[in-house]
Ligand binder design. Structure first.
Ligand SMILES: Nc1ncnc2c1ncn2[C@@H]1O[C@H](COP(=O)(O)OP(=O)(O)OP(=O)(O)O)[C@@H](O)[C@H]1O
Ligand SMILES: [Mg+2]
Length: 227
């Protein structure tokens, strides 16, 4: 497999991400990093398992029509995924850019909520909904990336937690963007209202929109009183 690295976009604890070219087209290479504190054999097995899970979900979501990176290659031996690049800026940069109006941000957060509901309607919890893992395209669409911790699930609580993670990040890192979560929740319910209840998936009925929103409220109250 020929991938030519051009620019390193990210160096994290779990992965290193490069922009480059693959078979002549511009693409992203996500390389898993070894965790030195784990036994190498265990690390290899865990790493491969997680990488395959991420690759599977990418394929499944892409096929279901979601705007997610297109998986181009899954190289088990070198523990790397090659995928299409999503053009845009991470949501964290948009929220920190004071030249972007509150009105535009509202629109973007609304689209973010819609994308999250689209994901949840496929019975997939993201598991790490940080503002780094949401890319905003030049058309202000919100594209979710990084399915390294994502899973197929049918438990309401896990979907509520997905929203709560984003809520906490919005409050802690972007307090100047007032009521940000409300715009996300509006988009979340607007999508379902426009499309009707989610269709059955092979594993069962995905958790309904109202159930997730109610659970999110409950989690928010629980955390407020019990820390
Ligand atoms: N398909 C993609 N298109 C555009 N940018 C991407 C893409 N995939 C990853 N990136 C960029 O690389 C960053 C890190 O990728 P990703 O979130 O998938 O890794 P990670 O699992 O969070 O790694 P770590 O846990 O080590 O921090 C993203 O926040 C994003 O900026
Ligand atoms: Mg990430």
């Amino acid at each position: 497999m020929v991938f030519i690295d051009e620019q390193r976009l990210h160096l994290g604890a779990e992965a290193e991400v490069w922009l480059g070219s693959w078979m002549g087209q511009s693409a992203i290479r996500k390389q898993r990093r070894n965790r030195s504190w784990r036994h190498p054999d265990l690390d290899d097995r865990l790493g491969r398992r997680r990488m395959i899970a991420e690759a599977r979900l990418l394929v499944r979501l892409y096929r279901s029509g979601l705007n997610v990176p297109l998986l181009l290659d899954c190289d088990m031996y070198n523990q790397q995924l090659i995928m299409s690049q999503i053009q845009g800026k991470p949501l964290i940069d948009i929220l920190n850019d004071s030249s972007i109006s509150d009105e535009t941000v509202r629109d973007i957060l609304n689209n973010t909520g819609q994308s999250i509901r689209m994901l949840h309607r496929q019975a997939v919890v993201h598991g790490d909904l940080s503002t780094n893992n949401i890319i905003i395209t030049p058309q202000n669409e919100a594209v979710l990336i990084d399915f390294g911790l994502a899973r197929i699930e049918y438990e309401t609580e896990l979907f509520g937690i997905d929203l709560h993670v984003l809520f906490e990040i919005l409050g802690a890192s972007h307090p100047h963007r007032k009521n940000a979560i409300d715009a996300v929740l509006e988009g979340y319910s607007a999508y379902e209202n426009a499309h009707g209840p989610a269709k059955n998936t092979p594993g069962g009925q995905p958790v309904g929109m109202q159930d997730v929103l109610d659970r999110f409220d409950l989690i928010r109250t629980r955390v407020r009183y019990h820390g």
